[in-house]
Write a protein that binds this ligand. Structure first.
Ligand SMILES: Cc1ncc(COP(=O)(O)O)c(C=O)c1O
Length: 457
C-alpha cells in the first residue's frame, strides 16, 4: 500500500497512518500533547518543531543522568563505531571491562550479563529464579513496574477499584500466568510474612523496585526491606531488586548499597548508559552460572544485540564520568533545592501537597498528610491538578510529563537557574491549573491497567 507523504501532512498524522497510535512505546502518546514533535535535544533541554525550547525534567523516563547528547558519551560511541561492529561471536574487551566495573561497584553483583533493555533483564531474573528453585510463584508489589513481559504486567497504576485483585496492564496474558504472580502492598512486612507463611514453598522470587519510582516515589521502610531479605533467605526464594531506575542514578552501587540490603539478583537499565540501549542482570555467581552462556547450563539466555560494542562504549563512558565527576553531588543538591523550594511554595499558597523524591528524582502529590508509604496512600492524589499544572508548565518552557504519578528527573546538565525557573513557573502553573478547575481527558492520563476484559483464556 502506498503511503501519502504530502507536504501538508503533519508528522503526527503521517505517524498515525503507519504506526499504531502514532508512537513506538505505550506511554508516549500523551493526551493533550499528541501534536508535539521533538526535533532536537541538548543538555537539559529539548526543542519542538516550532522552535520552542523546554527544560526537560521528564528525561526520557530516566536514562540521561548526564544530560542529553553528553559530548563525552557521544565521542566514545563514535570512536567505538569506527573501530568495531557487532560480530555475534566471542566477547569484546569493552564487555569484559563493563562486567568487571559492575562487579566492582554493586554489592550483590558477582557475575553479570548484558541485555538491551530493562524488561529483558527482569524477564531473565524471573526465569532463572524459577529454573533454580523449581517453583511457580512470583511476588511483586502494587505500583511497581518491571517491564512489559507477562509475569510482571499487572498492578502498576491501578484505578482504586482495581487494587487488591489482579489488574493486568495488557490483554493476551494467559490467566495461569497472571495467577502465578502474587501482588502485595509495598512497605507491608506483615503482608510479606503472611504470603510466605501460606505459599513459601512455592515462591520462586520476590521482585521489587527498592523505591517504586513508577508511581513517583515511595520510600521503603528499613523493616520492610529487612523482612524481604529474611523471608527470602528462610524460604529459599530469590530476592530481585529491580534497579532499572535507582541503579547508578541514586548511587554507583545502587539503592542496595544505600539501604545495606543485598539482593540475590539485580536488574539495571536506563542511567547505566545515559540513554543508549543497555540493560544488565547481575547477582550471585551460583545463580548467574545457570544461564546457557555457560555450556550445559539450563536457563536459556541470548540476544543478537547483547553487549553491542557501541552501547557498551556508552555505558563505560557514562560510568567513568559518574565515578570521576561530582555528578551525584550536583543532582542531589539540586534535587534537595527543588523539593525544599516547592514545599515552601505550596505551604505559602495553602495548597495541600506532599513534595517528595530521592536524590535527583522529585514529585509532588496533591493531597494532605505525610510521606506516602504505599500505593493506597497515592489514591488520595488529585490527578486533575497533578496533570493540569504540568500542562500549564509547558507555557513556561518547562516539561514534566503530564501523566498521573510520573516522577521528574534532574540531570548533571540542569543548573541552579533551571531550578529557580522551575519553582517560579510551577507556582504560576499550579495557580492557573486551580483556576482552570480540571482537564477533559483524565481517563487516558491517570491509570495503566484495567485490561482484564479480553484476556486470553
Ligand atoms: C523499574 C523498571 N524496571 C524495568 C523497566 C523496563 O525497562 P525497559 O523499558 O528498558 O524494558 C522499567 C522501565 O521503565 C522500569 O522503570
Amino acid at each position: 500500500m502506498s503511503v501519502g507523504t504530502a507536504a501538508t501532512d503533519s508528522l503526527p498524522a503521517r505517524a498515525l497512518r503507519v504506526i499504531p497510535g502514532g508512537v513506538n512505546s505505550g506511554q508516549r502518546r500523551i493526551p493533550g500533547l499528541t501534536d508535539l514533535i521533538v526535533t532536537g535535544t541538548s543538555g537539559a533541554t529539548f526543542t519542538d518543531a516550532e522552535g520552542r525550547v523546554y527544560t526537560d525534567y521528564h528525561s526520557a523516563f530516566g536514562p540521561p543522568l548526564l544530560g542529553h547528547n553528553d559530548p563525552d558519551v557521544q565521542r566514545a560511541v563514535a570512536e567505538a563505531a569506527t573501530r568495531l561492529d557487532l560480530t555475534g561471536v566471542a566477547v569484546t574487551e569493552g564487555e569484559v571491562t563493563l562486567a568487571e566495573t559492575l562487579v566492582d561497584l554493586v554489592p550483590s553483583v558477582e557475575k553479570v550479563l548484558l541485555t538491551s533493555t530493562g524488561s529483558e533483564a527482569t524477564f531473565h531474573a524471573l526465569r532463572v529464579a524459577r529454573a533454580v528453585t523449581g517453583r511457580r510463584l512470583i511476588v511483586k508489589f502494587q505500583g511497581c513496574y518491571h517491564g512489559w513481559h507477562d509475569a510482571v504486567s499487572l498492578n502498576v497504576i491501578s484505578s482504586p477499584e482495581a487494587v487488591g485483585a489482579p489488574d493486568p496492564i495488557s490483554t493476551g496474558i494467559l490467566p495461569e500466568v497472571l495467577a502465578a504472580t502474587l501482588v502485595l502492598p509495598f512497605n507491608d512486612p506483615a503482608a510479606v510474612r503472611a504470603a510466605f507463611a501460606e505459599h513459601g514453598a512455592d515462591i520462586a522470587a520476590v521482585i521489587l523496585e527498592p523505591i517504586p519510582h513508577n508511581v513517583g516515589c515511595l520510600l521503603p521502610d528499613a523493616e520492610f526491606l529487612t523482612t524481604l531479605r529474611e523471608q527470602c533467605t528462610a524460604h529459599g526464594s530469590v530476592l530481585v531488586f529491580d534497579e532499572v531506575i535507582t541503579g547508578f542514578r541514586h548511587d554507583l552501587g545502587g539503592y542496595q548499597k544505600i539501604a545495606g540490603i543485598t539482593p540475590d539478583l539485580t536488574t539495571f537499565g536506563k542511567a547505566i548508559a545515559n540513554g543508549a540501549p543497555v540493560g544488565a542482570l547481575g547477582g550471585r555467581a551460583d545463580l548467574m552460572e545457570q544461564f546457557s552462556t555457560r555450556p550445559g547450563a539450563p536457563a536459556f539466555f541470548a540476544g543478537t544485540y547483547n553487549g553491542h560494542p557501541w552501547v557498551v562504549a556508552a555505558a563505560l563512558e557514562t560510568l567513568r564520568k559518574l565515578r570521576e565527576q561530582p555528578v551525584h553531588e550536583h543532582v542531589f543538591r539540586l534535587g534537595e533545592r527543588v523539593r525544599t523550594g516547592l514545599a515552601e511554595m505550596y505551604t505559602r499558597l495553602g495548597v495541600p501537597a506532599v513534595v517528595t523524591g530521592y536524590g535527583s528524582v522529585f514529585v509532588t502529590y496533591f493531597m494532605a498528610g505525610g510521606e506516602p508509604r504505599s500505593y493506597d496512600d497515592l489514591l488520595a492524589n488529585d490527578a486533575n491538578l497533578f496533570i493540569g499544572y504540568r500542562r500549564r508548565l509547558l507555557e513556561h518552557g518547562v516539561f514534566e510529563l503530564p501523566l498521573n504519578l510520573k516522577r521528574s528527573h534532574i540531570s548533571y546538565a540542569h543548573t541552579d537557574a533551571d531550578v529557580d525557573h522551575l519553582i517560579a513557573a510551577t507556582e504560576l502553573a499550579v495557580q492557573d491549573a486551580i483556576k482552570d478547575g480540571g482537564i477533559d481527558e483524565l481517563a487516558g492520563t491517570s491509570t495503566m491497567g484495567g485490561a482484564t476484559e479480553g484476556t486470553a483464556h
